[in-house]
Design a protein around this ligand. Structure first.
Ligand code: 0WD
Ligand code: CA
Length: 380
């Protein structure tokens, strides 16, 4: 109808002034010029050890060791006897990022006046993974999401809430699915060394508690963002560019045997890979293509900057500009909605495929996610 044909510019929420309580996710509304997205700058990093303890340093950083083109890695090896799995029923929310913020507050306070020295100089703090979900929303047809937002001292914190459907899926995974989730971590073990001159140790234990996370700062249009994302490894060449440009994302995917499989890979998988790595400025993804028996039969590098070229002949394909404009308009919608500055108030944004984004407001509820230790530290 009429609202569709309105302005080329302006956010999608603005295009429907009668309904400031909802945001459309229809692709056509986001087909406009690519928004300004500043080159992400790494402002720090942190590590989580084998017991999920936080360290304000890069001790869990690993180094990429390029495998053969056709390596025959057995991803099933060690699943039964050399695997320690993180307990994914434990919801950590933003806790590790907040720990990093407290340890590095001086780096973030670029304002020098004492009046504003308590406020972080950013509009949003969140996980990279939450932003990835926003980028892919206009193309997502299966899984909805819930994002909790709280404004505290002028900054909006965004933390995911597990949907009922996601919880059911997590609690009812098949044995096959559980094993396939291990394959990605096993591939990392075949291609990463703990030291710059070291070699991978495929005989070791895979422990998914361990993580190295980068913290980056950037700006999407007028939204100043601070987010963290888990990084698999880095280029070991000492002359490699500085982080995040030296980082490498590792993936596994089913081997591609038919044109239909290739098309699906371009239309669905490359969207997720592109969104996840583009956000923090990670330039390449190394993919291990595996067969049904969990053997990596080929390895291929994808450069993030070349992915839009690679997909452009695909019929009915995704577009980076739609992803970024939707994310930008969602953040505008959040800024306009989240007005009360209080650590105990949560604005819960919910989305289901084929629906608009809507929200509800919760005071002192189960959804509150800023821990007391953080609020107290930031109020001192
Ligand atoms: O509480 C939650 N719902 C979430 C917590 C959702 C997403 C992430 N996290 C936390 C975890 O503490 C984890 O350490 O964030 C960290 C990873 O953050 P991210 O980089 O923002 O997440 P994402 O981009 O979705 O995933 C990056 C990697 C994954 O690699 P692949 O190649 O599969 O995309 O982080 C791992 C996984 O290896 N990962 C997780 N690790 C622990 N907990 C989680 C998770 N919930 N999700 C993905
Ligand atoms: Ca990965």
């Amino acid at each position: 109808p009429n609202s569709q044909r309105q302005h080329q510019s302006g956010s999608a929420a603005e295009q429907n002034p009668l309904n400031s309580r909802a945001l459309s996710t229809r692709r056509e509304l986001y087909e406009r010029d690519f928004p300004v997205y500043k080159q992400p700058v790494e402002v720090g990093s942190f590590s989580l050890d084998s017991e999920r303890r936080f360290f304000n340093d890069g001790r869990q950083m690993r180094y990429y060791v390029e495998p053969e083109r056709n390596p025959n890695f057995d991803l099933r090896d060690g699943y039964k006897d050399r695997f320690i799995k993180r307990d994914d029923s434990v919801k950590e929310k933003l806790d590790h990022i907040l720990q990093w913020v407290i340890a590095n507050r001086s780096k973030l306070n670029s304002r020098t006046t004492s009046a504003s020295s308590c406020a972080l100089d950013v509009d949003f703090v969140t996980w990279r993974g939450h932003l990835t979900k926003l980028l892919t929303t206009p193309y997502e047809t299966r899984e909805g999401w819930m994002l909790a937002a709280t404004k505290f001292r002028g900054t909006i914190y965004i933390s995911e809430v597990e949907t009922e459907a996601a919880r059911r899926e997590r609690e009812n995974r098949t044995e096959r699915h559980e094993e396939m989730m291990y394959w990605g971590y096993k591939f990392e073990q075949y291609t990463c060394a703990d030291n710059v001159h070291g070699a991978p140790d495929p005989g070791g234990v895979v422990n998914t508690n361990e993580a190295f996370c980068t913290v980056v700062q950037t700006r999407l249009a007028d939204h100043r963002l601070l987010f963290s994302g888990e990084v698999d490894c880095r280029d070991k060449d000492p002359s490699a560019p500085a982080p995040p440009a030296c980082y490498v994302e590792l993936k596994t995917s089913a081997e591609i045997c038919t044109p239909k499989q290739r098309s699906n890979f371009h239309r669905f998988k490359l969207l997720k890979w592109w969104a996840q790595s583009f956000l923090p400025g990670v330039p390449r993804v190394v993919a291990g293509f595996r067969n049904h028996e969990g053997v990596v039969v080929s390895v291929e590098t994808f450069h993030i900057s070349k992915i839009s070229q690679l997909i452009k002949n695909e019929y009915n394909c995704w577009r980076p500009t739609v992803c970024m404009n939707f994310c930008c308009d969602f953040l505008t919608f959040v800024k306009r909605t989240v007005t009360e500055d209080s650590p105990s108030v949560v604005y819960l944004f919910s989305w289901e495929p084929h629906r608009d984004v809507t929200f509800s407001i919760h005071r002192d509820s189960q959804f509150s996610f800023l821990p007391r230790w953080y609020v107290e530290e930031m109020t001192r």
